[in-house]
Design a protein. Structure first.
Length: 253
């Protein structure tokens, strides 16, 4: 079985984007971290409920305390992965530590349905022992997918932040325009722009110009960039990449 190292996707803007697929090693590392966090959370819940059971007004409601404890443990076990992947855009604490992320096969961010579906099927992947079925399927899959990924249509990729130097940016960090709505961009938008900026030197000049114009027109409208502001298309894309990255660092990193 040949393991596929990269996932190649053609965007509507006619830019080819490549994602480096995460292999079993990085995925199991992320899983180990997440399981440790789950175990710690469950231990905290059990201790907290045990203490609550001895303190008024909980000491006479033993059945309710046990029921609440079971509900919380169930939520930690089954809601942990899905909730983090929904609100952290395809990542859990373990995935963030391992530098990987779940996305849709088309390259867009994972949806609520996909996050819930792939994680409900952990029950199947865990049979008959700790992730035995999931491990076998993952090792046989060219894209290192487990059953949950096949059903939900998702893949796990390495989530590497590109360095400015790797794209030979012409604009400087001090040139960021403050009147651009960088928050209107998504991580998928960032990947599309970075893919173009990284490969533009390899493109024929006319193809490069057309692609830059098409991307710039789309993102000018999306980010509310006024006519005549940053007239150079490639410089605009560079500023959008820098501004969005800077916003990510302040919002979630």
């Amino acid at each position: 079985m040949t393991i596929q190292q990269k996932l190649s996707i053609d965007t509507p803007e006619q830019i080819n984007v490549e994602y480096e697929l995460a292999g079993p090693g990085s995925r199991f590392l992320a899983l180990f971290v997440d399981l440790m966090i789950q175990i710690i959370a469950i231990v905290v819940v059990v201790i907290a409920m045990a203490i609550a059971g001895t303190v008024s007004p909980f000491k006479h409601g033993g059945a309710w305390t046990v029921a609440l404890m079971i509900l919380l443990i169930f939520g930690i076990q089954w809601g942990y992965f899905a909730l983090f992947e929904i609100f952290w855009k395809g990542q859990t604490p373990g995935k963030r530590q391992a530098g990987i992320r779940v996305i849709n096969e088309t390259g867009r961010a994972v949806s609520v349905y996909e996050a819930v579906t792939r994680n409900l099927l952990r029950a199947v992947d865990s049979l008959p022992g700790p992730y035995a079925v999931g491990a076998v399927v993952m090792f046989l899959s060219p894209q290192s997918k487990r059953i949950g990924d096949y059903v939900a249509g998702t893949v796990v990729i390495h989530d590497k932040q590109q360095d400015d130097e790797s794209m030979f940016l012409n604009t400087g960090k001090e040139e960021l325009a403050g009147d651009i709505n960088y928050a209107a961009l998504s991580t998928d938008d960032l990947r599309v722009m970075e893919a173009f900026l990284q490969r533009r030197l390899d493109l024929p000049f006319d193809v490069r110009q057309r692609a830059a114009l098409k991307l710039a027109e789309h993102f000018r409208l999306k980010c509310g960039v006024g006519e005549g502001t940053i007239p150079d298309n490639e410089n605009l894309l560079e500023m959008l990449v820098r501004g969005f990255r800077q916003g990510i660092r302040f919002r979630s990193r």
